[in-house]
Design a protein around this ligand. Structure first.
Ligand SMILES: C[S@@+](CC[C@H](N)C(=O)[O-])C[C@H]1O[C@@H](n2cnc3c(N)ncnc32)[C@H](O)[C@@H]1O
Length: 287
């Protein structure tokens, strides 16, 4: 998705392919088999009661999403930019048809109107202007570290893994049809079931490893200015003061803050706490 914003795509070509994608015959595939219809499951916090609950998508929508995503992979002669834009469109469509709130860990008790609406494939925002490059790697193991300006938006909540929150987007993007663990309300790819593997996620996701990660993150760049977004939410891996101490060792720090909502809170509640602040920390580096 980042590549679509940074590299752009040909809108006319995209539209032509989008229309074909919109009219493909539905196919029963990986999404249909694993994430559609209703499934009996034990409901957490109910003393083991079993109920039949909606999954991520209605069967007919999952079949349209499967048809589109399989078809994109068969288009072997199209440009990478067009392919990425089409995949982005499938992710946007899947997101709209998803029977849940903000993350992809569970779905709602009853089908929503959105989930019951037939899938339509949107056109991703086309950003005009200078193009850029997306690197896809661990930020703690970068090859290139010299930049004019660095903006960082790292995870900051203990135990809330992005890979678990947005695994469906990732599976649709990569389309490697991973093996799943069905013990969760929505099945999860095995490689992100850390607890079942007896592992902790570590890195930015854990209070015991976060300080070292932030220190490494902020001291590695050869640049004049770093801007970091963070928040003061209660489950954060570092308190703002702990983070300021790390930032102050790197350069001169100034902050700007705005109100924000917790990302795991359904957007339909539209609740913004006056206590919660999104912080933008500017560090003008010492050298
Ligand atoms: C707060 S989100 C950033 C969201 C992004 N700014 C956006 O608007 O989509 C933090 C991101 O950091 C990624 N992440 C976590 N650990 C990472 C690491 N070691 N290297 C690179 N990315 C990492 C997560 O997967 C997640 O996408």
């Amino acid at each position: 998705m980042g590549r679509v914003f940074l590299e752009g795509y040909d809108p006319d070509e995209f539209d032509c392919y989008r229309q074909i994608m919109q009219n493909l015959p539905p196919v029963q595939g990986w999404l249909t088999d694993n994430y559609s219809g209703e499934r009996e499951r034990v409901i957490r916090g109910t003393n083991g009661s079993v109920e039949c609950r909606p999954m991520a998508y209605t069967r007919s929508n999952a079949m349209r999403l499967d048809a589109a995503r399989d078809w994109i992979d068969k288009q072997t002669t199209i440009s990478a930019a067009l392919k990425n834009a089409l995949i982005f469109s499938v992710i946007l469509a899947a997101d709209r048809a998803f029977n849940g709130t903000n993350d992809q860990k569970s779905s709602l008790k009853a089908w929503t109107t959105r989930a019951l609406t037939p899938v339509s494939f949107p056109t991703p925002s086309l950003i005009e202007g200078p193009t850029g490059t997306q690197l896809n790697s661990d930020i703690l193991h970068l090859d290139s570290k010299a930049y004019d300006f660095v903006y960082l938006d790292p995870p900051y909540t203990h135990g809330v893994l992005y890979a678990a929150c947005y695994h469906l987007n990732n599976s649709i993007a990569v389309w490697n049809k991973p093996q799943l663990n069905y013990d969760y309300a929505l099945p999860r790819p095995l490689d992100i079931c850390f607890r079942d593997k007896g592992e902790t996620a570590g890195g930015f996701y854990n209070k015991s490893t976060a300080a070292e990660c932030f220190q490494h993150l902020l001291t590695q760049f050869d640049c004049k200015r770093i801007v970091l977004s963070y928040s003061n939410a209660p489950r954060n891996v570092l308190t703002p003061d702990e983070l300021f101490a790390i930032c102050s060792a790197v350069g001169t720090v100034s902050t700007y803050s705005v109100d924000h909502a917790i990302c795991t809170q359904p957007s339909m509640f539209n609740k913004v706490s006056t206590e919660l602040k999104e912080l933008f920390i500017t560090i003008d580096t010492h050298d």
